[in-house]
Design a protein around this ligand. Sequence first.
Ligand code: NAI
Length: 336
Amino acid sequence: MKVAVFSTHPFDRRFFDAANAASGDAQSFTYLEARLDMQSAPLAAGHQAICAFVNDRLDRPTLEILAGQGVRLLALRSAGFNHVDLQAAAELGLAVARVPAYSPDAIAEHTVAMILTLNRKIHKAYNRVREGNFALDGLLGFDLRGRTVGVVGTGKIGLNVARIMRGFDCTVIAHDPYPDEAGLSAIGGAYVDWPDLLDRSDIISLHCPLTPGTRHLIDAAAIARMKPDVMLINTSRGGVVDTRALIDGLKNGRIGYVGLDVYEEEEGLFFSDLSDQPIRDDVFARLLTFPNVLITGHQAFFTREALTGIAETTIANIAAFETDGAPLYPVTAQGG
Ligand code: NAI
């Protein structure tokens, strides 16, 4: 099948080519650097499928152009599908596929890397030592042992974070409207209700999808309930946190540490080298001014194992659609 791959970076190409070669070069990929939106959608002409990443825009006008050109499959190379108008896709007869699980370890391990970096201030220590500054003032951390970690969403990633943090002898509490009692209790964690999680956690880590119900789950009211000096980590989706409320919480000192791998307005910002340009997003620029904020540009998934899994599952989705008329992991208007 001819597949137009949008938002391609050199690493995508490397892992897709390797996985395609391993399956007998069954698919024909056209690698495009352009981010998918209604302006770039005509580039998909002559392809039966497109492959999109998290910051591609799959809204109704874009999908109408794709469908009008004979595209029949939208193969997302991500787990999240909040960037797709699923209703429009269904009406236009476009099948949608995703990669539900590639390496939950990759995201969980990055989450823990952020917790350790923020706590022990490794990012500051690295720069100081390179400049010959061996002073310890300002680098004081805390022992993780005995601290309470609140995990929001105990799916594949959240449970992995819970397991790793139990390894540090932390108390793990969690909240999820669809609890996995057996999974969490096997790790030694316990479910609590939402206000309880906010009240008790020293570290709060977000692992729920972005849905209308979770948009701005972390808002001013939630932040006001948190323990003073709380650490908040978001490696899920930017929209789960109200960034302006977060900035207020940092300014008034309630929030002690913030680790973000995702940002509400990351589309058009992350995944590009903008180092020769001014940052035009004032809210993001304000976040960067806080010494206790650590931001990575949506890189939690970025391991060899995860990229291999993403490429292999995407190719399996396309192959299944070709032979059976439906991808292996479909997303419907009701969700994944
Ligand atoms: P999953 O589907 O296995 O688990 C998500 C869990 O969140 C489910 O158990 C669900 O019941 C729960 N949930 C839904 N609404 C909730 C709410 N209001 N409060 C608490 N929990 C709620 O998903 P998985 O694989 O664990 O991924 C979680 C999220 O991580 C994805 O949706 C995606 O947005 C994000 N992600 C980020 C990546 C990165 O590179 N930063 C890479 C991959 C995923």
